[in-house]
Design a protein around this ligand. Structure first.
Ligand code: G6P
Length: 614
């Protein structure tokens, strides 16, 4: 999703500035975007700009002209289209009257009203974006005699919605002003320069020192020195932080795509997520941090909030929580944040997110606090994310950086981390010590089980050919494996663009069975548990209508292949971790179908890795 980098560099000239901003754009690419642009302010008090729909590498062809001259201030942006198609005209930076250039993340909700007023005032619009009004508003303030800082502060006061802004002015060549409300903005502090970025990894090629702007803050960077002001305009100090993040690019190695690499990293990622968190037949509660014991003692109800794949992880966890005697409810963050409801006593809100920057999840967490949730815990993969900063308790998944837009190792490590949380709360409810030991034993065996599931790669690649020319697919699962079916269907639609829907298998006859014919592949998730006999019946219902089945079942479950039924046997594991192991072949299936179709697997069309707008 949209990304911002801006910098004032006192040394190195325009070439170094273009390189710094360009590398920042490459580091923001993983978020997903469909156009990119850059603008520099020269010592001659002019703004030069390059913008393009498409990839950053395409924009790089246009950056040569920007390298000439003595510019030391610039802003750059990756845009994920919301208002207006991905085109050059809609790409950021937006320039107003040659005087002000602006990049903006988020959505300006009162843009129509501002556009009307600005049009009447004589401003001419050249894009369909909601953010061009920001450039005009700042420009109007500059024309009224304000300096860039005063202009951004005055303009920000008129904006509604969630946004982060970076602005430069032709008349002030060494100045860069940033402002945030709702969307994150980070200030990087380097020798002889300072930067603004929307995401910490985008500044690690320059510096590890940074601070996070708070709601309503404005940062004024002049010739590499910076000052932060709060929403009331008072100068404030924000905590200086040092990033421990990996500054290098993630290498692809021998893999064709990051998604493939990340699928195959799952044995290691799960092992890393468990590292130092188990002891004998127990979990070590220290992983949740100081005060967590007292927290867990008072928890009587768990509310999980999440989006996308993370939501499906929480859906699996609900089965685990409830089977350990912990009442649990799971809700899509974008629904929860606008819903009134009663908060039960002893309620803990658990936000699950790979990125920790998904705006709906962040807003849902804030909403939870407003309506009376006293305690918030997050399960997150990014230590330096907004969600981690805003949560009282944190359990990090140690998946490592996930680049592929379609989430894989984040999901299996979220499930691993959630199971640790289930044990911590379950041992205070109906989970007996012996049962805890069994769960811990299942967790210890998990990395090996995942590695064995990955050995199904060739078998799954072979069946994937049958899906490549299909337009639709149905996925079926039951119990804790229903969310696994949902996740499998999501993977297929995200990267192969085949319409795929998952149903609880028992629901088949209440509608979706009408879709089944010999052109509708049906994927069934059939572990060897107490629901096996039920899903076997559902498989027969599909077969009786000519449906072509691909059944992922456990070794020894007794489902045999034959006419219209292909069986892939998944390693047999304990009941609790079974959803994690069954996820692996479903990821492989989607991956192989997409490779056959030749789609852009790591950056599927229209999707973003970190969804920072509503
Ligand atoms: C986007 C990503 C998904 C992800 C979802 C939630 O849609 O493409 O892969 O599951 O956001 O993201 P989060 O970072 O909060 O887990």
């Amino acid at each position: 999703m949209c990304g911002i980098i801006g910098a004032v560099l006192c040394e190195g000239g325009a070439g170094a500035l273009v390189d710094t901003l360009g590398e920042g754009l490459r580091r923001l690419e993983y978020r997903g975007y469909d156009s990119a642009g850059m603008a520099l302010v020269g010592g001659d008090k002019t703004i030069r700009r390059a913008r393009r729909p498409g990839r950053v590498r395409e924009l790089e062809q246009d950056l040569g002209a920007l390298r000439e001259g003595d510019a030391r201030t610039g802003i750059a942006h990756t845009r994920w289209a919301t208002h207006g198609a991905p085109s050059e005209a809609n790409a950021h930076p937006h320039i107003c009257n040659g005087a002000v250039a602006v990049v903006c993340n988020g959505i300006v909700e009162n843009h129509e009203e501002l556009r009307r007023a600005q049009t009447e005032a004589g401003f001419r619009f050249t894009s369909q974006t909601d953010t061009e009004v920001v450039a005009h508003e700042i420009c109007a303030q500059v024309q009224d005699g304000r300096d860039l800082l005063g202009a951004v502060q005055a303009a920000a006061a008129k904006l509604k919605g969630a946004y982060a802004i970076g602005a430069v002015a032709a008349g002030e060549p060494g100045r860069l002003v940033g402002a945030r409300r709702g969307s994150p903005l980070i200030v990087g502090i380097a020798d002889g320069g300072a930067l603004i970025v929307s995401d910490v990894p985008a500044l690690l090629h320059v510096t590890r020192d940074y601070l996070v702007l708070e709601e309503g803050d404005v940062v004024d960077i002049v010739d590499g020195a910076f000052t932060v002001y709060d929403a009331a305009g008072s100068e404030v100090q924000r905590e200086l932080r040092k990033s421990g993040g990996d500054s290098g690019a993630v290498e692809l190695g021998n893999y064709r795509h990051y998604m493939e690499k990340e699928i195959f990293e799952q044995g290691r990622a799960v092992a890393d997520t468990l590292e130092g968190r188990l002891s004998g037949g127990h979990i070590l509660e220290e992983m949740f941090g100081a005060g967590s014991g007292a927290l867990f003692d008072r928890v009587k109800f768990v509310k999980c909030i999440a989006c996308g794949t993370s939501f499906y992880a929480a859906m699996v966890a609900r089965h685990w929580f409830e089977s350990c005697g912990v009442p649990c409810d799971v809700e899509i963050a974008s629904e929860f944040r606008y819903r009134r409801h009663t908060v039960p006593d002893g309620a803990l809100v658990v936000a699950v997110s790979q990125s920790g920057e998904t705006i709906d999840t962040l807003e849902a967490l804030r909403h939870a606090r407003r309506i009376g949730y006293r305690d918030a815990l997050c399960i997150c993969n990014v230590a330096e994310s907004s969600l981690v900063r805003e949560s009282d308790f944190v359990l990090l998944t140690h998946a490592g950086r996930e680049i592929g837009v379609a989430s894989t190792k984040a999901f299996t490590t979220q499930l691993t981390a959630l199971l640790l949380l289930v044990i911590a709360l379950g041992r205070r409810a109906a989970l007996a010590a012996a049962a805890e030991s069994e769960l811990v034993a299942e967790l210890r065996a998990l990395p090996t089980a995942v590695a064995r599931a990955l050995e199904l790669n060739a078998a799954v690649a072979a069946v994937a050919r049958r899906f490549a020319d299909k337009r639709h697919a149905l996925y079926l699962g039951r119990g804790a494996h229903y969310p696994v079916a949902l996740e499998g269907a999501l993977k297929l639609k995200e990267i192969s663009y085949i319409h795929a829907e998952a149903y609880p298998a028992g629901e088949l006859k209440h509608g979706p069975l009408a879709l089944v014919d010999n052109d509708m592949p049906v994927v069934a998730v059939a572990p060897n548990n107490e629901l096996l006999v039920k899903i076997k019946s559902n498989i027969q219902e599909v077969r009786a209508r000519g449906g072509q089945l691909l059944v992922f079942t456990a070794e020894g479950a007794g489902i045999r292949g034959g006419d219209g039924v292909t069986v892939v046997e998944v390693p047999s594991v304990g009941d609790a971790v079974s959803p994690i192991v069954f996820t692996v072949p479903l990821q492989l299936l989607a991956y192989h179908v997409a490779t056959i179709k030749g789609t852009d697997i790591d950056k599927p069309r229209n999707l973003a890795k970190a969804v920072t707008v509503e």
